[in-house]
Design a protein around this ligand. Structure first.
Ligand code: EPZ
Length: 427
């Protein structure tokens, strides 16, 4: 079994480059199924969720070739009726983007019910709602999402009841080639939605308003491949490194980041007394904290973009353990995203979770011990806690961290952390 082992209390210093954003890359990878021609995508991150999604496409008959910075995906000869093994689709959430992509191209889809991190219930009612609104019959049958539009797909007015990244992606994929105009009201506004729209527009789609409160899609008959699929930097990876520097102290310049995307994180770190600066060209963010200066308490609520990202909620909670006073971290997206808190308590943190709010009594000394990555970002929170704690922290279940972080160990080590991957015999 592999673990991340950290000897804490070393400041981070230097420069680190962020990978592309997993949650933007996933919709684009599955969008190539809708495109149906050869696409070249640049700078896919080397994380297991991306490799898994490429494996799913290969199982369906696609050709996927990684060549340096470029990945070629050709979905022209996929078999839409492929029964992808359930154990593959259940390893991630984004596999359900296949439903929108297959429905858009073949007017039918049958895809195993997806898995993903455990945050309590993760309904798909808004996905089913958008498939139906566009003319398909869609439901969950025996562990599969099944959708069928024998009479074709037709543009429609969709008003989402919940702001959902996944349902917005599926609505865009289903509507891009539907007949007529689709308007999506109350869509998710995350940068990854804009990235998906830009990619599909580069393939001949007609999508406007992504990133705003209303997305308009004029359906086109056919899409074409592109040789220029661009990725965006991973704002959550950047936020994780920003929080790590705030926790340990030191000075780190983060490259390949869009400062606007991390604005809500920057604002909270500044409130805590951390210096965060953007360079003149708006291309890097430098985070600096004097380790001898106390961090101030904060109140944070995780919300859909442009609010503070829920995917940074565990990392900021870990950081507040090192701040003076009582901090409040509320979750405004998921029912239960505090399973990692018990692991922080194991290290000596004083945290009480009341409903959807964690109350953190900061300033207690945290000491390293054996902890678990309960999910992807919960695992990142343990890395931050380990880096800033006394003694040795050993994190297991790290496959969950590898789902979304491209070489977190190597990058932290490059900044001066005493961190390594260690293989232990299985017990
Ligand atoms: C995406 O999940 C991300 N995953 C998650 O990141 C992220 O936490 C989440 O968006 C919110 O930002 C990917 O992009 C692969 P949602 P998704 O649909 O799309 C409710 C990470 O750490 N909802 O936006 O599955 C739902 O219950 C991962 O990288 C419905 O009610 O999330 C939740 O409360 C974890 N009905 C809220 O919407 C639906 O049909 C947001 O969920 C769908 C969602």
């Amino acid at each position: 079994m592999e673990k991340i082992v950290i000897c804490g209390k070393r400041p981070l210093n230097g420069t680190v480059r962020m990978a592309s954003m997993k949650n933007a890359a996933l919709p684009i990878i599955f969008a190539t199924v809708l495109v149906g021609e050869r696409c070249i995508i640049k700078d896919l991150p080397d994380v297991s969720d991306i490799n898994l999604s490429l494996e799913i496409l290969v199982q369906m008959g696609a050709v996927c070739e990684r060549n340096g910075r470029e990945t070629m995906i050709d979905t022209s000869s996929i078999d839409p009726d492929t029964d992808i093994p359930l154990e593959l689709v259940k390893k991630m959430r984004a596999s359900y983007y296949l439903v929108g992509a297959l429905l858009g191209r073949y007017q039918k889809a049958r895809v195993g019910y997806p898995g993903g991190c455990d945050f309590g219930t993760r309904p798909i009612d808004q996905h089913l709602k958008c498939f139906s609104a566009l003319g398909a019959k869609a439901d969950v049958v025996g562990g599969y999402i099944v959708a069928d539009a024998p009479d074709g797909l037709y543009g429609s007015h969709i008003f989402f009841d919940a702001v959902s990244v996944g349902a917005t992606v599926n609505a865009i994929l289903t509507a891009a080639c539907a007949e007529g105009m689709t308007v999506i009201e109350r869509p998710a506004r995350e940068p990854h939605i804009v990235a998906l729209a830009n990619f599909l527009n580069a393939c001949g789609a007609n999508i406007s308003g992504a990133g705003t409160d209303s997305i308009k899609i004029r359906g086109v008959k056919k899409l074409h491949g592109t040789l220029d699929g661009e990725m965006i930097p991973d704002m959550i990876e950047a936020g994780t490194f920003m929080a790590a520097v705030a926790a340990t102290g030191g000075k780190v310049t983060i490259e390949n980041v869009i400062p606007k995307h991390v604005e809500s994180i920057t604002a909270k770190l500044i409130e805590m007394g951390v210096t965060v600066e953007t360079d003149e060209d708006n291309e890097t963010v430098t985070v600096e904290r004097d380790p001898d200066k106390d961090l101030s308490r904060i109140m944070v609520k995780a919300l859909p973009y442009p609010g503070f990202p829920t995917d940074m909620q565990p990392q900021i909670c870990a950081l507040t353990c090192f701040a003076k006073g009582t901090s409040y971290v509320s979750e405004g997206v998921w029912d239960n995203r505090f399973r990692y808190v018990e692991e922080l308590i194991r290290m000596g943190a004083h945290i009480l979770v009341e409903g959807k709010t964690a109350v953190i009594e900061g300033g207690y000394v945290l000491k390293g011990t054996e902890v678990t990555a309960v999910d992807l970002r919960g695992g990142a929170a343990m890395v931050i806690a380990g880096l800033a704690s006394e003694g040795v922290t050993a994190i297991d279940n790290i496959d969950l961290i590898k789902r979304g972080y491209d070489d977190i160990v190597g990058k932290m080590k490059g900044l001066g952390a005493d961190i390594r991957l260690v293989t232990f015999p299985d017990t």
